[in-house]
Write a protein that binds this ligand. Structure first.
Ligand SMILES: [Zn+2]
Length: 219
């Protein structure tokens, strides 16, 4: 813990002072351009991997970067997955955010856990309940019959991103803003050990590494 307290001092003495004007401008309000939905995994650091500053990203994190389907929650709003759904609603309808990134990552614990037996999952009932949302992902992966565990996990992590993008479109205000061109939606897959980020192409339905040659960089 000592490191964190020392870190707080270092932040005030160095990083804060380097961006003092930015912090003062952010005093009254925020105007983030991007809703960043990522896993809670400690190895995924949204501001670091996007080279962004305070005020840029509205970050929603949960186990497995899951977007609960909208309709399910609408019918059952009291017991719905409100921490995530309310943040999406706030980002779109109050902050008028212009981009959404769903960012999954390599070696994701959530994508491993859904293949564990019930006995192990029964030790963590809240996690188990939450991961029920990944059941359709598991079914899609199993239908592809991956022949190794590594391939199964890799497929799960990437199909998960694709599935969460589909879930985003079940939110009427997301669909409306996306269709009218007001909102852009991206799926990213972050590879921890190499630092690479793959971007999902919704038309070709494939992931491709983001590089200086990428079309969206040239735009
Ligand atoms: Zn994860």
């Amino acid at each position: 813990m000592k490191e964190l307290f020392e870190g707080a001092i270092k932040f005030q003495e160095e990083d804060y002072l380097n961006h003092k004007e930015l912090y003062e401008n952010l005093k009254k309000s925020q105007d983030p351009h991007t809703l960043f939905i990522s896993c809670v995994d400690s190895r995924v650091v949204p501001n670091l991997i996007t080279n962004t500053l305070p005020g840029d990203l509205f970050v929603v994190r949960n186990i497995g970067n899951i977007v609960p389907p909208y309709r399910e929650n609408k019918e059952n709003i009291r017991s719905g997955y409100l921490a995530t759904t309310s943040a999406i609603e706030y980002a779109l309808n109050i902050l008028n955010i212009k981009n959404i990134i769903v960012c999954g990552h390599s070696n994701c614990g959530a994508c491993h856990l859904i293949y564990e037996d019930e006995n192990k999952l029964s030790q963590t009932p809240y996690v188990s309940k939450w991961l029920e949302l990944l059941q359709p992902v598991k079914e899609r992966v199993e239908a592809l019959r991956p022949d190794t565990k590594a391939k199964r996990i890799w497929l799960t992590e990437q199909i998960n991103i694709e599935y969460q993008l589909e879930n985003l479109m079940t939110y009427p205000f997301v669909e409306e803003k996306f269709d009218s061109g007001e909102l852009r939606i991206y799926g990213w897959y972050y590879i921890i050990e190499t630092g690479e980020i793959l971007n999902y192409n919704m038309i070709k339905r494939e992931f491709k590494a983001i590089s200086a040659h990428s079309n969206y960089i040239k735009r």
